[in-house]
Design a protein around this ligand. Structure first.
Ligand code: PRP
Length: 216
């Protein structure tokens, strides 16, 4: 069986709404941040399906015992926001995954070569086996930053099948690279855009998500 990258674009009105707000060049930073938070929340909600580990148990209602399902607290869950723009999605993700450990990874693309370089790495030396990892980064353009992140994670023992990527705009070049390097990987995104221009911007995209989030 050949594994293939799976890209989910949840057809949800709240995701469509906040994507439209984020795309609009007239949206001010304060509202752009809200859009990122909401997209982080709803895309994480979708990504948690069949990813967040649960355990079967029983609970006593005021009237009787009944079977119940709880989140399994013994399985580690981690969120890796790619700085800076990934921070915008983190708040929404964290509200749904309050027990997750957060490991920041700071990557910056060189404006000419578009190659990412790492200026902050708070990843642990080794992740415990079975750790579920959610990566947040609103933009997958050339895919260089995400490939670098996946390399850092897999070197530290993370199983790619336990990774979920939450982004907002995924461009074809990035998805093609991910499919080649990590078939079987699962991506949740608000939309897929076709083009990356010569400056590395996704078209139509939403501009520079980091600058728009932080008003810089
Ligand atoms: C942007 C974006 C992604 C990356 C995507 O970050 O937020 O992390 O570029 O591009 P790629 O797929 O071609 O690697 P940037 O380097 O501009 O940093 P920032 O988040 O601090 O703005």
């Amino acid at each position: 069986m050949t594994l293939q990258l799976r890209v989910y674009v949840p057809p949800h009105p709240l995701i469509k709404h906040w994507l439209a707000v984020a795309r609009d060049a007239a949206t001010p930073s304060v509202l752009f941040r809200t859009a990122m938070t909401e997209l982080g929340r709803w895309l994480t909600y979708e990504a948690a399906r069949e990813w967040l580990p649960t355990q079967e148990t029983t609970v006593d209602t005021p009237l009787a015992s009944c079977p119940a399902t709880l989140i399994d607290p013994s399985v580690p869950v981690a969120v890796v926001p790619i700085l800076r723009a990934g921070l915008g999605l983190l708040e929404g993700a964290q509200t749904l995954l309050p027990l997750a450990s957060i490991y920041h990874l700071g990557l910056e693309r060189n404006e000419e070569t578009l190659q990412p370089s790492c200026y902050l790495n708070k990843l642990p030396e080794k992740f415990p086996p079975q750790t579920r990892v959610l990566i947040t980064d609103p933009m997958l353009a050339t895919g260089g930053s995400m490939l670098k992140t996946l390399e850092e994670l897999t070197q530290r023992g993370v199983d790619p099948s336990l990774i979920r990527i939450v982004c907002v705009v995924a461009a074809h070049p990035a998805l093609q690279k991910l499919n080649t390097a990590y078939p079987g990987l699962i991506v949740y995104t608000a939309t897929i855009d076709g083009e990356v221009n010569s400056q590395g911007f996704i078209v139509p995209g939403l501009g520079d998500a980091g600058d728009r989030t932080f008003g810089t």
